[in-house]
Design a protein around this ligand. Structure first.
Ligand SMILES: [Fe+2]
Length: 148
C-alpha cells in the first residue's frame, strides 16, 4: 500500500455551537474496501471524552461491522448495511470496519460536546481484529499476530 493511500475520510457538519451541550454534529464516514494482510479496513475507534454523550450511527452504503467495546474490555459487533441503525451508549467505544466490496458509508449524529477519547483505545485496544479470507469474515483475538 502506498504511504499516502487514503483509507477513510470523516466529514462533520454543525450549525450549532460546539461548546453548548445539546447541540449536534452530523457526520459521514467513508471507508475504502481495503484488505491489509487479510485484515479489513477500519477506523481508529474511540470513546467519547464525555461518557454521558451517546451517538447514533446509520448505514448508508456497503457492508460492514460496528465493533463495540465497554470499559471492561468486553467486545461485540453489529452488522452495518444500508438502512441499519445503531444506538451507541456514551460508555461504549466504537469502531467501523468495512467487510464489503465497495466504500462503506456510515452516517452519524452526536452531541457537539462529546469529544473524542482515542487515548483509552491506545491504552486498551479492541480485543479483536476482523479478517476476510476467501470471502469469509473471521475474528482474530489480538495478540495472535502470526495468524494474520
Ligand atoms: Fe463517536
Amino acid at each position: 500500500m502506498l504511504d499516502d493511500q487514503v483509507v477513510y475520510d470523516v466529514y462533520s457538519y454543525t450549525r450549532g455551537n460546539p461548546d453548548i451541550p445539546g447541540h449536534l454534529y452530523w457526520g459521514l464516514t467513508v471507508l475504502k474496501p481495503l484488505l491489509i494482510n487479510n485484515e479489513c479496513n477500519m477506523t481508529k475507534g474511540h470513546f467519547h471524552e464525555d461518557r454521558d454523550c451517546a451517538e447514533i450511527y446509520f448505514g448508508i452504503q456497503g457492508e460492514g461491522l460496528l465493533l463495540l467495546m465497554d470499559e471492561s474490555g468486553k467486545c461485540w459487533a453489529e452488522k452495518i448495511y444500508e438502512g441499519s441503525l445503531h444506538y451507541i451508549d456514551g460508555h461504549i467505544a466504537h469502531r467501523l470496519v468495512n467487510t464489503g466490496e465497495k466504500d462503506l458509508k456510515v452516517g452519524a449524529c452526536w452531541p457537539t460536546t462529546a469529544g473524542h477519547d482515542y487515548q483509552a483505545i491506545e491504552d486498551h485496544p479492541f480485543p479483536y481484529r476482523v479478517l476476510k479470507r476467501n470471502g469469509q469474515i473471521e475474528f482474530l483475538k489480538v495478540g495472535n499476530q502470526n495468524e494474520l
